[in-house]
Design a protein around this ligand. Structure first.
Ligand code: MTE
Length: 314
């Protein structure tokens, strides 16, 4: 496995020892530090990177755009709501339970989980179903690594995910009739969940995940539309039947369970043939590119779908 030295923060950015929540040696012998609360929160770490599909060739979207143009309806409907209305959200302490059809169910403390699994940096394209896209350097670990620790039973066929419900900290959860039903829920087929591309992210740009991007733990499935990337996860359940998913329940005619990026299948209200590249040329002119089947990850994932009619499984 190729190793890559993550840039160290300058000494002024290094968090005082006293506030580091966890510290441990990675396989490479480097140290991982995670700060809690306010202040700098860099991973002073050597993160593993793997070449190939795990490192997109495109330029990363500027951090400012990644953290100020968001979808996170628990904080409101506008793209700026997640960054401006999530200040009171507390992603620590935090637990995530892995349960259901597994031999070893466990309720993980988030920092114990981060200490248990080596972190990698993955530069992935993200294509939102609303026809905009970004390229984001995530820090995280493969979902497969966590599932392996739980030992899925033979009867497990799907993985169901659940976001946190905290109306006191999430103003969008007290919304009116147009509100989504909470918790936000998502799901993957077990083989999709086990694919090496499927990531659980705990950071981006080398820092702990900002609240607006799904702190402290969110799913990243780069060949699917962004809404599959459920944020602020508290529960991961292995199940036998296809689990309900938030957007499919809200509007089944427009959002499917699989939601694989597909430029040939238009959304009922807009084309999916091309996408607006955020941070590359502004809202008008430039910054548009053609959308690729499976968001360009077909070599890695097309085999998951065999002869499935991708049109009807939108
Ligand atoms: N997860 C939760 N819990 N709530 C949400 O509203 N929005 C989804 C997804 N995960 C959402 C969520 C959508 S529509 C997208 S495009 C991505 O998060 C956006 O991720 P980003 O804001 O980090 O770019």
């Amino acid at each position: 496995m190729a190793r890559w030295s993550y840039p160290r923060p300058s000494s002024s950015e290094i968090t005082p020892r006293g506030v580091w929540l966890s510290r441990r040696s990675l396989l490479a012998g480097a140290t991982l530090g995670m700060a809690v609360g306010a202040g700098p929160r860099a991973f002073a770490a050597a993160l593993h990177t793997r070449p190939g599909p795990f490192q997109a060739a495109e330029k990363p979207t500027p951090l400012e755009d990644v953290t100020h143009y968001n979808n996170f309806y628990e904080f409101g409907l506008d793209k700026t709501d997640p960054s401006t209305r999530s200040g009171q959200f507390r992603p620590r302490p935090w637990t995530v339970s892995v349960e259901g059809l597994v031999a070893r169910p466990r309720v993980w403390d988030i920092d114990a989980l981060i200490a248990a699994l080596p972190l990698e940096e993955r530069l992935y394209r993200m294509r939102c179903v609303e026809a905009w896209s970004m390229v984001i350097p995530w820090d995280g670990f493969p979902l497969a690594s966590l599932l392996a620790l739980a030992e899925p039973l033979g009867s497990a066929r799907y993985v169901a995910f659940e976001s946190v419900v905290r109306p006191a900290e999430m103003p969008g959860q007290t919304g009116g009739l147009d509100s989504l039903a909470w918790p936000y829920v998502e799901g993957l087929r077990l083989d999709e969940a086990m694919n090496p591309l499927t990531l659980l992210a705990v950071g981006l740009y080398g820092e702990t995940l900002p609240n607006q991007n799904g702190a402290p733990l969110r799913l990243v499935v780069p060949w699917k539309y962004g809404f599959k990337g459920i944020k602020s996860i508290t529960r991961i359940r292995l199940v036998e039947k296809m689990p309900p998913t938030t957007w499919n329940q809200m509007n089944p005619a427009e959002y499917g369970f699989f939601a694989n990026v597909n430029p040939e299948v238009d959304h009922p209200r807009w084309s999916q043939a091309s996408e607006r590249v955020i941070g590359a040329g502004g809202f008008f002119g430039g910054g548009r590119k053609k959308t690729l089947m499976f968001n360009g990850y077909g070599a890695q994932v097309a085999g998951l779908y065999g002869t499935m009619n991708l049109r009807s499984f939108y």
